[in-house]
Structure formats: structure tokens, C-alpha cells
Design a binder for this molecule. Structure first.
Ligand code: GTP
Ligand code: MG
Length: 321
């Protein structure tokens, strides 16, 4: 089926077209560009929600319960679970599927896992395109993206979320300390999940103290909040929905031009980097000295820096012609 037929299907809310388009953007960078270009004017309607946090804190379980709760209120929810740790993705994705089993097949909830397959353009790009596909379908009120909060690609992914939720669980003092600079700053809502555990209250207190201390309690007029949840006991989920909707209302109420511009700038730079990267890889492989340089690196006759400089020099000469 050609791309245009699939896009027509997408706009009609056809799930198979949606799924096929996401597969295409994952695997085919050139077609991804064509798809993104055609759907872009239709994006911007879904509330994109980023859910991040250390491994095992209960993000997937929470997304599951959150989607159910929201769905009960009549909202359609798209979910993208991102797994950047490709060597382990088989197991992790399977785990996610089992954990999210409760919600697969429910009308108005769409779920999809994504993993890096060494795809050109990287995970952040593919995830962003997938979010845009769900958004452009016009079906989903919210698109939830789950990532493990660690590397650069997660921060990149989170940059397009309108509301960022950082999930923690009791007894993670060290992790909280370690992540405070990067990830803490981007969060609008902090969730202490597994609040069925006795140490949860202490974690909530620690977190609130830290938010005050770090001066993170004021973010462009929004006061980050801490919500306690338990995805196993299904508690605190309604409060989380309320807080998300409050943040959504807050965003709608402010002059969001700056916000839009910041997001657009990020998308532009990311796309540019992807293009340059792809171009660089292509040019390197086309270079007549490429294979020879690889061999020399293996034989330790040259180091990768020197080899890269040789290719770069050649590339600069080419682009000047
Ligand atoms: N006691 C308790 N356990 C929970 C709760 N939420 C999740 N868990 C358990 O924590 C484990 C991890 O849950 P996940 O939902 O997979 O956590 P995650 O953050 O998505 O994990 P990764 O995606 O692997 O980083 C599972 O064994 C869950 O059953 C909770 O509220 N209370
Ligand atoms: Mg998970």
C-alpha cells in the first residue's frame, strides 16, 4: 500500500494504517521524512505527556492505570513505550506487553512499543514521528510516551512533551540525588509510585524538601507538584489525572508562543542533526578510502580520530565544489 493511502486511512482513524505508518517511520528514514512532511500540518491537537523515571519504578504499570482512568472519562489515549536499551529490548518489551495487557484491545486506547534497531536518525526522531502520527490521526486526546529517564535521547523525546511526569519510587534517595540536575528540571509533576510501601511518605517529604531547596518549585509560573500513587492498589490515579488536567489548563492559559517556539527550535535542530548525521555516514561509506581506513584502524596503524579527520577533510572539499 502506498504512503498516501495509509495517510488517508490514518485521518479516518484506521488503526491498521496507523500501525503501518509507525512501522515505516521506524525502519525507513526517507519515507519517514515524506510521511512527517504530509502529516505535520495536522499535528498539535493531542496533549503530549512524557512519563520518565528510573528503571522499575512502575512507569508502565502507572501508564496502564492512567490510561484506564482517563479512558473512563471518555478520552482516547495513545501510548508509546520507548525502550532505548536495545540489547535487552526483547525481554523488556515483552514485560511491557504483559504489564499493559490490561489495556490492549480496549477501544480508545492504542499502545505501541518502540526500540532502537540501529535505525538511521535514531530513537528520538522515530519516537517524535510516531507521536506526530498519533496526534495527526485526530483520534487521541492525549499521547503518553514512556521512557527510562537516562540518556540524551530521553531528554530529546521529553522536549516535545507538553507535560512531563517524573516517576520515582520509595527508597531511591541516591537516584534522586544523581538525576536532580537534568531530569528534575524538566518535570512538571513528580509522582512517588508504590506508595503502598511504608517508606513512601519519607520519599515524598524528601522530594518536596529538595524541590524547595533546589528552587525548582517555580517553573515559568507553574508550581511542580508531588503526587503519591500506587499502580497496584490503584490509588492516587484520579489525583494524577486532575494534576495533569490542571497543568494542561495552565499551559492553555499562558501565552504559549515562547513555548511553541522553543519546541519548534528543538525540532529544527534535532532534524538538522539527524540529516547531517545521515549525510555524514553516507559520504563516509562512499569515500574511496573508507575500507582502507577501517582496516588501518583494526591494525592500529591509525586511530579513529585521524581517520575521521581524513574523511571530514575530503567531505569539506566535496561540499565546497
Ligand atoms: N508495590 C508496588 N509495586 C509496583 C507498583 N507499580 C509497579 N510495581 C511493580 O514494580 C515492578 C516494575 O513495574 P513496571 O511498571 O514495569 O516499571 P517500569 O518503571 O515501567 O519499568 P521499566 O520500564 O523496566 O523501567 C513490577 O514488578 C510491578 O508489579 C506499585 O504501585 N506498588
Ligand atoms: Mg516500563
Amino acid at each position: 500500500m502506498d504512503v498516501q493511502t495509509l495517510i488517508d486511512g490514518l485521518f479516518k482513524g484506521d488503526i491498521i494504517s496507523t500501525t503501518r505508518l509507525i512501522s515505516i517511520i521506524e525502519n525507513d528514514f526517507l519515507k519517514a521524512e515524506e510521511i512527517s512532511r504530509r502529516i505535520y500540518p495536522h499535528t498539535g491537537n493531542a496533549h503530549v505527556l512524557g512519563i520518565t523515571g528510573p528503571p522499575g519504578v512502575g512507569k508502565s504499570s502507572l501508564v496502564n492505570k492512567l490510561a484506564l482512568e482517563w479512558n473512563k472519562k471518555g478520552k482516547n489515549i495513545g501510548i508509546i513505550a520507548v525502550d532505548p536499551s536495545s540489547p535487552y529490548s526483547g525481554g523488556a518489551l515483552l514485560g511491557d506487553r504483559i504489564r499493559m495487557r490490561e489495556i490492549t484491545g480496549i477501544k480508545g486506547i492504542f499502545i505501541r512499543s518502540m526500540a532502537t534497531r540501529g535505525s538511521l536518525g535514531g530513537l528520538a526522531r522515530a519516537t517524535r514521528d510516531a507521536i506526530n502520527i498519533l496526534d495527526a490521526s485526530g483520534v487521541y486526546d492525549a499521547v503518553i510516551v514512556e521512557t527510562v529517564g537516562a540518556g540524551q535521547s530521553e531528554v530529546q523525546i521529553m522536549s516535545i512533551a507538553k507535560t512531563v511526569i517524573l516517576v520515582l519510587s520509595p527508597g531511591l534517595g541516591d537516584e534522586i540525588q544523581a538525576m536532580k540536575a537534568g531530569t528534575m528540571e524538566i518535570a512538571d509533576i513528580f509522582v512517588v509510585n508504590k506508595s503502598d510501601k511504608p517508606e513512601a511518605l519519607e520519599t515524598v517529604n524528601d522530594l518536596e524538601r529538595m524541590l524547595d531547596y533546589e528552587g525548582l518549585n517555580e517553573k515559568a509560573g507553574w508550581q511542580p507538584v508531588v503526587v503519591s500513587t500506587s499502580s497496584t492498589m490503584n490509588t492516587g490515579i484520579d489525583e494524577l489525572v486532575t494534576k495533569i488536567e490542571e497543568h494542561q489548563a495552565f499551559l492553555a492559559g499562558m501565552t504559549s508562543e515562547k513555548l511553541h517556539e522553543k519546541r519548534a527550535a528543538m525540532e529544527l535542530i534535532d532534524t538538522l542533526i539527524t540529516k547531517i548525521e545521515n549525510e555524514a555516514i553516507k559520504k563516509a561509506k562512499e569515500s574511496p578510502v573508507y575500507n582502507e581506513l577501517v582496516k588501518k584502524i583494526v591494525e592500529k596503524k591509525i586511530d579513529p580520530y585521524q581517520a575521521a579527520d581524513i574523511i571530514l577533510k575530503e567531505y569539506m572539499q566535496l561540499s565546497r565544489q
